[in-house]
Design a protein around this ligand. Sequence first.
Ligand code: DOR
Length: 444
Amino acid sequence: MNDLLIRNATLVNEGRRWESDVLVKGGRIEKLASSIDAEATREIDAGGKLVLPGMIDDQVHFREPGLTHKGDIESESRAAVAGGITSFMEMPNTNPTTTSAERLAEKYALGSAKAWANYAFYMGATNDNIEEIKRLKLGQAAGVKVFMGASTGNMLVDNPATLDDIFRHAPGIVTTHCEDSPMIAANHAAAQEKYGDHIPITAHPEIRSEEACWKSSSFAVELAKRHGTRLHVLHLTTARELELFAPGPVEDKQITVEACVHHLFFDQTSYPEKGNFIKCNPAIKRPEDRQALIKAVAEGRIDAIATDHAPHTLAEKEVPYPRAAAGLPLVQDALCALLELVRRGELSLEMAVDRTSHNIARRYQVIDRGFLREGYWADLVIMDMENRRTVSRDQVLSRCGWSPFEGLTLGATVDTTVINGYVAYEQGQLTEQRAVQPIQFSES
Ligand code: DOR
């Protein structure tokens, strides 16, 4: 008996859109064809809906261990599944930080016990763990994460000689948070001079400035060129930095770049309404920057779209701007927000799928995920674009209990999420079926 048969779907995959059934057996896609003549334990009629490969989110902060009042691997991965994310790669700025093989193994054990989507974890870099990084084997982690600018957690790597060593020796992908911390400190001091104790949130993109981003990301690119590093720059926010990256297929690139959903969706005109709820690092910047990022996604200069899901409690947000935590919970609404950009004609559907699934799988050399292909794991999401959703606080699954999209109507609803062939979420409910795996990376 087959596990699952999805009928009458419109598949969106590898630049094409076509009508098809999907037959799933043993957790994998057995067959993609129209009018499949087979029986399955479970049938779903996806007529009028879209079937996409599930999103592989290459940048999330799930806060475990140590920061679990904000969220944990279980709470945040459940929110991710409700948002159509079938695999995630989680960041090391927890407490303790994930900066040794031992800590990484502990995270993988937590993932195995508690994740509700397929999982992988990053090894974090510090000013003094180069030996740990050298010992890391390809495929043991999603990659190495380097905070070249300070953000949540105390993980700034600012010693140029150490950075040089990391870029030279890291196996696999080096991902970077690029903002120049001394420049930010100087901008912050200038804002304090101007506003005293009442710096407004609208100053955030001036403090976390374009210049600070440029200085750091151009240095990261220079280091990667010097050492032939596989660099993936995270959450780009400015038009100016785009010239550091080439357009074209991800397979041809040694240096790639990601944009995040909130930087594609909001711009600084949203600060008066959303306030600290859209405070994040790097900052959401000018409308011209947002438009340039969207254009760069379309031309393949931006290779990947992720969330940078970074929950903080309401109490940590509802304080004056300088003390408010930076970061937004995004996993539950990200795909629907991107489909809102599709609905508005800003992004093509095929492009959104490419950047959230295919290109992540290609870039990280993920084995057998990220595409609707026979033989691949059945990680997919059924999206209903006829049923738009207005986000409200009572629907939020993230432990922090709020969403930056509250009050906004997004372009689709997640109808069903399938992970490794199991229906994990349908019509507004998690099914409590858990069949997840660690993401496997090719070691070539
Ligand atoms: O705004 C952010 N929040 N940016 C980051 O880089 C980290 C994240 C967090 O962990 O809170």
